[in-house]
Design a binder for this molecule. Structure first.
Ligand SMILES: [Zn+2]
Length: 310
């Protein structure tokens, strides 16, 4: 059976890289992946590429919780949290002790990261301040971030950001499968009715097993109508501002995708969700080139929506 495959190389493009030399002959056009009024982040850009209409805001933590296998009820409020050390009210550093925290509704994601589920409190969404703490190091922590703070007298503090509630999202009526290492993409896949991979070797970073991912894609393409392949390492390397690491990983991915997928019997679309600069370490709102091994022209702001309906 021939299926449809979308390969998203997360954060592949940047100031210096747009069109891949290796895939140049299969270049067909560009996607505009950040809709007006949205921030350039994977959550939004991936949903846009998948053709999701009315992309829900305030959904990221919800997807991450779902992708981590956390049970949620429809009226829960879900937050991403960062654990920080506080001295005299000043944020001094991130604290990597999230594993030690034992609170109802708190789930450690390792290091300083965690997810907090506030049961039945979805109606408090707009009360919570999203406070991206990495932008506020050395500053005084605001007195009130909209939720009560369970840890505050111990010199550590759980800082909320990205408060989320259950997104309104329409499920697909096709059979889809997502091959990914990151909970966010698993959560998005789940919300639109796709199943997703469980494999420890899919790390979401440059040490992932690219070949095993591609093999799984080819395997699943025999069974499903659509397969999403999401590869995250280039974005992570760029966030670390490690240009060399990003280039090396990206080249490896493109070479394998070209060798194994573009020559397959399946219809394959290769693109990126957004740019990520190795110089600033930040996402870039730039148009994303796409490559296909078949003849097609997409509406640049609708992702693959129409193609999926065929
Ligand atoms: Zn990123």
């Amino acid at each position: 059976m021939a299926s449809k495959i979308l390969c998203i190389i997360d954060g592949a493009t940047d100031e210096k890289f747009q069109i891949s030399e290796m895939l140049k002959l299969m270049f067909r056009g560009y996607f505009l992946t950040t809709p007006d009024g949205y921030e350039t982040e994977s959550n939004t850009c991936i949903m846009n590429l998948l053709g999701v209409e009315n992309i829900p805001k305030n959904s990221r933590a919800w997807f991450e919780a779902k992708g981590n296998g956390i049970n949620l009820c429809d009226n829960d409020l879900v937050l991403r949290t960062s654990l920080v050390n506080i001295k005299d009210g000043i944020i001094t550093s991130l604290s990597n002790r999230s594993d030690e925290i034992d609170l109802p509704g708190y789930f450690s994601l390792g290091d300083y990261k965690g997810i907090m589920v506030l049961k039945g409190r979805a109606n408090e969404l707009s009360d919570v301040t999203s406070y991206p703490v990495h932008k506020h190091m050395g500053e005084r922590l605001p007195e009130d971030l909209g939720i009560e703070q369970p840890l505050k007298d111990e010199g550590i503090y759980l800082v909320p950001w990205s408060p989320s509630v259950k997104p309104k999202i329409k499920e697909w009526n096709i059979e889809g499968f997502a091959v990914t290492g990151i909970p966010l993409v698993k959560g998005i896949a789940k919300a639109i009715g796709m199943k997703s991979s469980e494999n420890q070797e899919f790390t979401g970073d440059v040490d992932t097993n690219i070949l095993a991912k591609i093999d799984m894609v080819l395997d699943m393409a025999e069974k499903a109508d659509f397969v999403l392949l999401h590869i995250n390492g280039a974005d992570e390397a760029a966030h670390r501002m490690n240009e060399e690491e990003k280039i090396e990983f990206r080249n490896k991915v493109i070479e394998m995708v070209n060798d194994k997928l573009m020559s397959s019997k399946h219809q394959v679309v290769v693109t990126s969700d957004h740019g990520t600069s190795s110089i600033s370490g930040h996402h870039m709102k730039i148009k994303q080139p796409y490559y296909t091994n078949f003849d097609i022209k997409f509406n640049e702001s609708e992702g693959i929506r129409e193609w999926l309906k065929r």
